[in-house]
Design a protein around this ligand. Sequence first.
Ligand SMILES: Nc1nc2c(ncn2[C@@H]2O[C@H](COP(=O)(O)OP(=O)(O)OP(=O)(O)O)[C@@H](O)[C@H]2O)c(=O)[nH]1
Ligand SMILES: [Mg+2]
Length: 244
Amino acid sequence: MKKQRVAIVIPTYNENENIVVLIKAIRAVVADSTVIVVDDQSPDGTGKSVSKLAAKDQRVKLITNKKKNGRGAAVLHGFQQIVKENVADVIIEMDADFSHRPEELPLLIEKVGQNQVALASRYVKGGRTENWSITRRIFSRCANWLIRFVLRLPLKDNTNGYRAYSKQALQTLLKHHFLCSSYLVLSESALILHRHHFIFCELPSVFPNRKLGSSNTNWQEVVKNLAELKAISQMYASGCSCGN
Ligand SMILES: Nc1nc2c(ncn2[C@@H]2O[C@H](COP(=O)(O)OP(=O)(O)OP(=O)(O)O)[C@@H](O)[C@H]2O)c(=O)[nH]1
Ligand SMILES: [Mg+2]
């Protein structure tokens, strides 16, 4: 059987303390993957560190966006590049801060299928978060409940961006014009794939809190996510399948 080509998209904003070590950790687990970092001109020099690495390793690629436009927009940019250049059969998205553990990659890759998306889930049996404050735990549960309730999605964990897609799933996604650019791209993607009858396989995942660098989640981001949730619920409730 032909070997699957794997590409991993990592959105970054101020992840200089994590990104190089993470790419090495990924390589230790999935040796021949292509790693695509999508950076929004991080002031801390993340882009420079990745471009140094890319100069030595042609399977590391850097996409630099002109301005900070949200995690989701960065991931979609990476996806577009992958489809355009046809460099992968299995495509992963993951965060740069080690909350998505590289050792979980092989199982995610194994479980992805042409019509099956594999998702790392903190809220199925065996999954959990580590070192989160009670406020963060309540917030995450409420966000998940709200998305599930409003969008009628069948997922237990709607807000974790550690996922593996087939090339077919990506091609389906990219036919659509996305309304969201924040973390809510995760929900908009799930909604599109659900409507196209893709199956979701939620795998238990351990999500440690970031040790280095600082969070990109703030109140402004929360407000943006809520506005985007309202927009997609209205768009999809009206029966319109955006952009298609
Ligand atoms: N390119 C890009 N990446 C982003 C943006 N916002 C967040 N990211 C990246 O998306 C991933 C998730 O962001 P985090 O800051 O870890 O968000 P979080 O997990 O809610 O917050 P933490 O508690 O700090 O982990 C990280 O790899 C970030 O660097 C953005 O606007 N642009
Ligand atoms: Mg994080």
